[in-house]
Design a protein around this ligand. Sequence first.
Ligand code: ATP
Ligand code: MG
Length: 301
Amino acid sequence: MSNNIMVPIEYLLREPFIHIIKYPYNSNNSALEDARARIKEMEALGVKGILLGGKSVIHGLNVLGKGCTSIVVKALLDVHSSGACRNSSSSRCNDSNVEDYHAVNYDDNDDAIIVALKMMRSDSGRVSMEREANMLAMANNVGIGPNLISYSSNLLAMELIDGMHMVELIRELESRNNNHHPIRIRSILNDILEQCFILDSIGLDHGELGNMNRHVMISDRTYIIDFESSSTTRSVANVTSAVNYILFGRGSRVLAGMLNLYTRRDEVISALSRYRLDMNRERFNELLTLLDLKFYKESSK
Ligand SMILES: Nc1ncnc2c1ncn2[C@@H]1O[C@H](COP(=O)(O)OP(=O)(O)OP(=O)(O)O)[C@@H](O)[C@H]1O
Ligand SMILES: [Mg+2]
């Protein structure tokens, strides 16, 4: 089915759309009940419909993403509805009818916005989206991650990123007709590491940056996504994980070549060990300099 078709919420219990909203869906009675409950939860959050589109496919329908614990779709969200509070300074919606729903600041004049809606898979084993929402909100406070718009038990609405995964960028860099300018790639890597340094500084460990393939998205700026595995109690390893990805990850050959790291790899690893002992700006700058990324700042958000 082609992209960007809007499917209103009242159609989502029908085939084949039901497979998206309650994935994986087996057509038995309890699954149908679960799907009805999911629709109610979507309505309460203010979802008016979903927009088909994206690179993943479920039952012939395009969606933004299909992860191990969730499905992510483009959705149309009514900003006047209970779930998505507008201009609220609180992270909690005060309306007594929606006490199970939470929202963060939203500042826009339109009645409906297109968001990325993360929906928990029925086989995920996760309890709730609340923890992820809290971690994302904490990252948002320091300008990192897609902006959290609202969430409920099984749903999380956030800023839609129109971009590519890190792994797609790597594939393009590996291809013969790669036309990415090395300075742009350096500024992207600089931006990712700066964001990792900020996360280290606030004590928020993302948890999955050793594999940036699908946890970094690139559009006009660079976004770290998916704070599901994040923690404020674990020791932080964001910069360490990201540097390990550059040195040893999926794109290490092309990135090490671009950054001319072949002769400096051991020095980088030593600088990383020093940074881990004392995570300060000076040690971080030393690392950036060795990676030859010190002077490639991406424009800020
Ligand atoms: N804000 C967003 N804007 C656009 N696409 C997004 C957004 N958030 C997630 N996606 C897409 O959905 C995919 C899955 O999202 P996410 O990684 O948060 O889910 P997950 O179930 O935790 O996945 P995983 O099993 O890979 O950890 C992403 O790889 C990305 O393609
Ligand atoms: Mg995840």
